[in-house]
Design a binder for this molecule. Structure first.
Ligand code: KG4
Ligand code: ZN
Length: 366
């Protein structure tokens, strides 16, 4: 079945046309078009996402991205005709910024009314999108067989790490999971973004921290590893961020807003970034590994924007090898927000006959 999906929960206006088949036992995904219009330049001067600006940009971008989706040409010449065909429309209803979510929902309703009157429109949970993004690793040759044989992946432990969430799940099948733990304060992506701001790096901070960390010594500063040894599977990243803030102030080495610095300062900034990143990755990997052992997991599924971080990917890949479990992580462009993962979640929701109301719900959980 062909699904047209829309994602506007934060600062990416994303549309995708995706063909899903195979049912719940062996789902297959073929991406016809995956388009993302980023709003980074609009929010960057504010140091973070401004909800009403995000809404305004989505309203502006949605029709433009849609016409690009319907356009003939490129590699997809055979599949996309002028008259776009789809069996289902899907739109993210939460969690996320409510004004931004409404922009997508209203656009989807309008699209259904004017262009696809007989096509069902279903609401999708953004977090389920991230969770199911592991199905988008199919294209990776060495992972194909495991993915097609889902039985060999479950039970799994899934770590969802994004700008708004840090969640650990036990996943027993495509449709059954249980939350093991989550962050009690800041999400790990939020901590990356805030530490970037402390270091005077531009928004979005995660990729900037990763870049700078590559030039630093990860063992230079012993930042705390909050809740590393707690018996539960919860996380806390606010204390780690504050430790970085105090370190920067105590040392009086770096002016927080200072973009550049002396060579020394630049090295110190890199050491801070690398040490912070190592502390965050340590906690995530250690707790995920413990969960995988206790659950008897056959795989670790990593998703969400922070899964784009190569230190985290590397570390979980090593951990998985040590535990003899399969490590599954989609390509980087399916880690950060995209509409393909929303289409995949819509496909599973459709097979389960489960749908979310077409109402923005900023705090929708998983
Ligand atoms: O999933 P996502 O695109 O949006 C949300 O659902 O929140 O995640 C965005 C988060 C941001 O906090 C961003 O800084 C972080 O993912 N991120 C990264 C990297 N790329 C994106 N964090 C660390 N390293 C990266 N390479
Ligand atoms: Zn996301």
């Amino acid at each position: 079945m062909r699904i047209l999906a829309i994602e506007t929960s934060c600062d990416e206006t994303a549309l995708a046309l995706v063909e899903c088949s195979g049912g719940l036992s062996a789902p297959r995904v073929r991406v016809v078009k995956n388009l993302v219009a980023s709003q980074v330049a609009v929010h960057a001067p504010w140091g973070g996402v401004v909800p009403m600006l995000a809404k305004r940009e989505h309203l502006k971008n949605l029709p433009l991205v849609f016409s690009k989706l319907s356009a003939k040409g490129g590699k997809t010449r055979k599949l996309v005709t002028k008259k776009l065909k789809t069996n289902m429309l899907a739109v993210t209803v939460g969690p996320g910024l409510e004004p931004a979510l409404w922009a997508g929902i209203e656009f989807a309703k309008e699209l259904q009314k004017t262009r696809f009157p007989k096509t069902p429109l279903i609401g999708v949970n953004h977090l389920e999108g991230h969770l199911y993004s592991f199905l988008l690793t199919q294209k990776t040759a060495n992972i194909k067989s495991e993915i097609l044989n889902l039985k060999r992946l479950f039970p799994a432990v899934a770590l969802i790490v994004s700008g708004g969430h840090t969640i650990l799940l036990r996943v027993d099948s495509l449709t059954k999971w249980k939350k093991l733990g989550e962050t009690r304060d800041d999400a790990v992506g939020e901590a990356f973004d805030k530490v970037a701001r402390i270091l005077g790096l531009p928004y979005p901070g995660g990729p900037e921290i990763e870049k700078l960390a590559a030039k630093g010594n990860p063992d230079a500063i012993p930042f705390p590893r909050p809740m590393l040894h707690s018996k539960d599977y919860d996380f806390s990243f606010s204390g780690l961020k504050t430790a970085v803030l105090y370190y920067v102030h105590d040392q009086q080495l770096i002016h927080p807003e200072q973009e550049r610095g002396t060579t020394n300062n630049r090295q110190q900034k890199a050491d801070i970034a690398a040490s912070f990143q190592k502390a965050a990755v340590d906690v995530l990997a250690t707790k995920t590994a413990r969960a995988a052992r206790e659950v008897g997991a056959r795989s670790i599924l990593l998703s969400g924007g922070v899964a784009a971080n190569s230190a985290l990917r590397r570390r979980l890949s090593v951990v998985s090898r040590q535990l003899s479990v399969t490590f599954v992580v989609p390509p980087v462009h399916f880690n950060t927000d995209n509409a393909t993962m929303i289409a995949v979640a819509a496909y599973v929701a459709h097979l389960r006959k489960r749908r979310y109301p077409l109402r923005a719900n900023g705090t929708l959980g998983i």
